[in-house]
Ligand binder design. Sequence first.
Ligand code: GDP
Length: 437
Amino acid sequence: KPIVAIVGRPNVGKSTLFNRLIQSRQAIVEDLPGVTRDRLYADAEWNGRTITLVDTGGIQLDKDGDTIEAHVTRQAELAIREADVIVFVVDVTQGVTAPDLEVAERLRRVRKPVIVAVNKVENLKREDEALEFWSLGLDQVISVSAEHGMGTGDLMDAIVAALPSAVPEEPEEGGPVRVAVIGRPNVGKSSLVNAILGEERVIVSDVAGTTRDAIDVLVERGEDKFLLVDTAGMRRRAKVEQPVERYSVMRALRAVERAQVVLVVVDATDGVTEQDQRIAGYAHENGKACIVVVNKWDLVEKDDRTMAKKTDEVRARLAFMDYALVHFVSAKTGARVHRLLPLIKEAAANHARRIPTRELNDLVREAYALNPPPSDKGRRLKILFATQPHVSPPGFVFFVNDAELVHFSYKRYLENRLRETYRFEGTPINLYFRTRA
Ligand code: GDP
């Protein structure tokens, strides 16, 4: 999905606009426990295109003593690197300000579409004043009132018109397993990547990534190939502080998008925090296979029950992705790191698994006979036929006599039967029901 970044000074109405746009008539916002609160990104659909909107206002990039201008500039830099389309929000009541000019100057020099959203245009007089923003020399100027929901349809039209044509990055058959490593700052992402690359049995080579300054690393172990996507800043890090941001939502989203398997790294000494939940949500919402890597295991005092207990804690905090694999490592000592690549391989295989139609229908028939759904007002659900039209992640369609008769608990039952029979560890699977009279 293309990424659309919303940038601008504080208080110009970025978040209000963001919320308006994602609640636009056709918006898809999935509710996830622990993930929806102060979300910085969300998918929205408009005229058949799905985009990921990112509210850069919520991204903390400030270094100590940062001025507002420096902060805005940094946001803009990030947006320039990672976004496909940039929405630059300005405030009509303040007119064109000096920081607006500075950011515009920078935005003009990149070859990405920039749409100026002139906010707080609530009457005709303001409409006239909004014209002033054409002087910024950017591609498009659209008047909106985020608060009153005016002009947001026009803005979405302009965004969609500016999108690059869709070029999905399909995993190639026989190609390397694409892996993204994401997590909060300091959980040990760089250390983990370095620990994987430092293993004796792997061969490493650099591959230029698709986004500017994304560095992909190809790792081979025996016959197996893995591509660690966007390791920029991870390999040589160790001592040198990255001058700009160490972690960004857009960067992580971009990496997740390109991956089949996502390693969500968390710190064993902190447990799963709210920010970790939000980050894990990127993998979940994108339908990726997921391994929760609990790092810094060396710092935890252990007895023979610690791992089981910690696993339960991690699972409870990430209940929305109960399919995820959980693996404990120490990037520092290298303990258990060698087991990661085989786990990644397994998760990727499950993510791409296709069940033959005949087998699937045998399983469904047996599951149905074993536990027929209760009748509902004298009518009973009948499953006529099942098929798996999708992989990555696996998606199953059940043709039934009436899709309205499918209860959540029965869907859950069928999912459990599929999971018990086939090895879907690490990957989400989707079940859809269609009425076929
Ligand atoms: P990143 O920001 O997620 O890339 O995290 P880093 O890899 O830079 O690690 C942050 C800090 O945690 C550094 O001081 C590392 O030395 C330390 N660290 C990383 N992994 C481990 C680990 O497994 N055990 C211990 N004790 N420290 C670790």
